[in-house]
Ligand binder design. Sequence first.
Ligand code: 6PG
Length: 262
Amino acid sequence: MIVRVYPGREAASRAGAENFVRCLKETLGRKDRFSIAVSGGSTPRRLYEILGTEFINEVEWERVNIYWGDERYVPHQDRKSNFRMFHEALLDQVSIPIGNVHPMPTHRRDPQAAADDYESLMRSHLAGSGRGHPDLPELDIVLLGMGADGHVASLFPGSKALQETRRWVVATEAPEEPRQRLSLTLSVINNAADVCLLVTGGEKAEAVERAIAGPPDALECPASAVRPTHGQVVWWLDQAAASRLEDANTRIEHPEDSTGGR
Ligand code: 6PG
């Protein structure tokens, strides 16, 4: 586990964008395609904006497959849609072949049927895609945010989806609107080559401490169960979100205090 702390959201977002480009170039040096599951919510928007502006020419977008880690079960043009946010922040800026962009479907009456459709699509692209469990996909990056309650993707504390080991994609319920969600499961997230969490804001400090310094407990704090089976987990935090870590016996890095950084 790597924990890097930055002065604020802008620096943390930039670190995330730099890491995306670095991972992409390393991966495309040995594989034909790069697959990422992107996060929704508000935090990653700035990271996507940086990718779509400053780093736009650094990325061979035609070799990138974009999946979603989760989605609110609303139309893609809805203001709450994670796909809409990503589209506004990045897709409007870069020309990615439409066949490379795989939003979660939200049009079916039955959300679990939509989840099954998405799983079928992922299986057609990613089955047997790499290291780890033979029946799980190896995404190159899973980018996550985290809620103040410790949820990641749309896996919320107490959800039975946290114990799902067979499905790749499930329909879940959120405690706030839009309640209906679709989400990758922890099994898929933990089978990734790199799991990257971008978390900022003091309201998340307690969950950050719990997730990083506490024992894994998926039902109580889903983020604490983000423990890749063979990949790497990296946290990019701002100082506010990391404020309770300073006393924990966690190795923390402050890249802004030194050259380079992940
Ligand atoms: C979503 C996200 C969710 C998000 C957290 C943090 O659909 O909302 O995927 O997991 O990462 O809720 O959200 P903020 O970045 O808005 O704080």
